[in-house]
Design a protein around this ligand. Structure first.
Ligand SMILES: Nc1ncnc2c1ncn2[C@@H]1O[C@H](COP(=O)(O)OP(=O)(O)OP(=O)(O)O)[C@@H](O)[C@H]1O
Ligand SMILES: O=P(O)(O)OC[C@@]1(O)O[C@H](CO)[C@@H](O)[C@@H]1O
Length: 314
């Protein structure tokens, strides 16, 4: 069972436009709404593949009610923490060539007791049930920067492994608690390691910095370039070939983490599955998560020998 924790979930509104013109009044072609937030997406992807999961998340305001209703439709088992502030709505402006512009709100301010309630709800969900806990996404205002470190300590005390997918100070702060896995994208990895990432070799070195600071393994997603996994047995690189156009990259990293954990959370098979699920996600609109039917569009390949000079596309 994989428990996901999303302190800052969102309603993800995707608005499709012909072409984005800054400063102009534009008419949308279509709009859609998905239940969002990184851990919520991981749970949605797992449910779509019939894998046991539970999503722990904050909910508040009318947006929170809509989020819960959407999640119930998708069949994700929930453990909600009611908070006073309304949860956020994040906007994606999608253009037909696959370009997305994303505006993420900060989220509601949480009180100290609401922060404790999130950690307690996560602990209850873990007890006796979870093999893995995934703490995912940005922290809402009021949430202390060490919350993922605290989640890691609690989960380890209960015998569960921990994966963290976050950015900035929250990523920095979780490393000392020794999460079993972190899943940065290239930008988050560069910021956390304090290094420029231009090549695959740069990405491997930066991932090693995060391991030296406490992460057990690093699964770094590299956008169109695939993903690398660095753990005790070395570095591996996986790429994916797509049989379909790129529609929306939003949530691809979450599908990647979901695939990795669904396939055991370690090793080559998990890396291949991660890249397959991630690449399948980009062929779908908005922040839709792939189902088993979507995976046939992807051919993934894992390489043990990595060309350190290979220049990354983003
Ligand atoms: N343009 C693309 N073409 C093919 N595959 C892609 C593309 N962009 C992303 N992917 C796939 O999705 C995975 C995750 O992408 P990325 O590194 O952009 O995640 P992310 O930034 O964490 O995404 P998000 O935060 O929106 O979930 C990649 O490892 C790759 O398999
Ligand atoms: O602001 P955060 O928490 O970093 O990211 C939130 C978010 O962009 O992540 C998901 C895609 O990965 C979306 O569902 C959601 O809108």
């Amino acid at each position: 069972m994989i428990v996901t924790v999303t302190a800052n979930p969102s309603l993800d509104r995707t608005v499709e436009v012909d072409r984005l013109h800054r400063g102009a009044v534009q008419r949308a072609l279509t709009t859609s709404v998905d239940a969002g937030g990184k851990g919520v997406n991981v749970s949605r992807a797992l449910v779509a593949h019939g894998r046991p999961t539970r999503a722990v998340l904050c909910s508040g305001g009318f947006a929170g009610l809509e989020l819960l209703a959407l999640l119930r439709e998708t069949g994700v088992p929930l453990r909600e923490v009611r908070v006073t502030g309304g949860i956020r709505s994040n906007l994606t402006l999608a253009e037909p060539d696959g370009t997305v512009t994303k505006l993420n709100e900060p989220g509601p301010r949480l009180s100290t007791s609401e922060v404790d309630a999130v950690l307690d709800a996560a602990t209850e969900a873990i007890i006796g049930e979870a093999d893995w806990v995934a703490g995912c996404g940005s922290l809402p205002p009021g949430m202390p920067v060490d919350v993922y470190a605290r989640l890691t300590e609690r989960a380890h005390a209960l015998g569960a492994q921990v994966a963290i997918d976050t950015s900035g100070a929250a990523l920095d702060a979780c490393l000392a608690a020794g999460p079993d896995l972190v899943k940065p994208n290239a930008e988050e990895l560069a910021e956390c390691a304090g290094a420029e990432i231009r090549t695959l070799g740069d990405a491997v070195k930066a991932a090693q910095v995060l391991r030296d600071r406490g992460a057990g393994a690093v699964l770094a997603s590299l956008g169109a370039d695939g993903a690398i996994l660095i753990d005790d047995s070395g570095a591996r690189y996986a790429t994916a070939r797509l049989d379909a156009p790129v529609v929306s990259t939003v949530g691809a990293g979450d599908a990647t983490l979901a695939g990795f954990l669904a396939a055991g959370g370690t090793g080559e098979h998990a890396l291949r599955t991660a890249v397959t699920w991630g690449a399948a996600a980009v062929t779908l609109p908005g922040s839709s998560m792939p189902t088993p039917n979507d995976l046939g569009r992807v051919t993934a390949e894992v390489q043990r020998s990595i060309d350190p000079d290979r220049v990354l596309t983003k």
